[in-house]
Design a protein around this ligand. Structure first.
Ligand SMILES: C[S@@+](CC[C@H](N)C(=O)[O-])C[C@H]1O[C@@H](n2cnc3c(N)ncnc32)[C@H](O)[C@@H]1O
Length: 259
């Protein structure tokens, strides 16, 4: 099999085939948390690290105004082409989520499945929360979903997904490469095996993510006083069931409230 060492984000078709079908529970959950936690109406949404726009596209379909930004121009292009195909304006743009500005503030923002952990330093994470504070109006929220490092108990480090469309089949596997508790940098191998009738191909990627315990995250949020932690949920995405954060908490969606 031909193998290339590349970023999976440079292959939006394969990324979107694997993750793109998984949106319904997140979408319903987000709508409910907007109703529950945003003061006033929610009309304007922002998705930092929107990738291929699997959620952004559904938000537009549900009549929200939704814009997204991502560092990867191929993902943004994929996202905008899909929007235009379906009659929407191409509202995704290329930008760094640590350093961007918007013309008009948004009511709420969402950023799920660990994208936030791509910011590998405290300075980047703080810069991101500052840029988000400037982009969201007071009373608005930022739903931020990622994996914490539990202080006790096991961590979920290995995951596999598979998807098929027509003659295209993609199998993926993610497993840990190394973790440095001092720098809090964790590296994960990510493998995409792609099968087509015309041949197969393997993409080997390495995700570099920063780790957070719940205490480290809370301390970081305190550095940006425009945000407070209003509530938290887990990846069961049940907006009626907020969770108590404790030493075992791993998957989490923080609801940050814009003061
Ligand atoms: C796991 S994907 C998530 C994409 C999308 N939010 C979703 O739910 O499918 C992570 C995305 O974060 C983007 N990303 C990483 N670092 C970024 C940064 N500094 N600014 C903006 N986007 C970034 C990557 O290009 C990638 O598209």
């Amino acid at each position: 099999m031909q193998t290339v060492a590349e970023s999976i984000y440079d292959h939006p078709t394969y990324y979107d085939l694997i993750f793109g079908s998984d949106w319904v529970t997140e979408f319903r959950f987000l709508e409910k948390v907007f109703q529950k936690h945003v003061r006033g109406k929610t009309r304007r949404l922002l998705e930092p690290a929107c990738g291929t726009g699997r959620l952004l596209y559904r938000m537009l379909k549900a009549n929200y105004h939704c814009e997204g930004l991502d560092l990867n121009d191929k993902a943004v292009d994929f996202c905008n082409k899909r929007l235009e195909r379906h009659g929407y304006k191409p509202t995704a743009f290329v930008a760094n989520m640590c350093d961007f500005t918007v013309k008009k503030p948004f009511d709420a923002a969402f950023n799920t499945i660990n994208s936030f952990r791509h910011l590998t330093t405290e300075a980047m994470a703080v810069a991101h929360l500052r840029a988000m504070a400037a982009a969201i109006r007071p009373g608005g929220i930022y739903a931020l979903g990622f994996h914490l490092t539990p202080l006790v108990g096991p961590t979920t480090d290995e995951e596999s997904w598979t998807a098929r469309r027509g003659h295209l089949q993609v199998n993926t596997h993610m497993w840990p490469r190394d973790k440095d508790p001092k720098t809090r940098i964790e590296r994960f191998n990510l493998r995409f095996d792609i099968y087509r009738p015309t041949g197969s191909m393997r993409i080997d990627d390495c995700l570099v993510l920063r780790s957070y315990t719940y205490k480290q995250f809370a301390a970081m949020v305190k550095k940006v006083p425009e945000w407070t932690i209003e509530n938290a949920y887990d990846f069961s995405y049940d907006a009626d069931e907020p969770i108590e954060i404790d030493e075992t908490t791993e998957d989490i969606v923080y609801i940050l409230k814009r003061q």
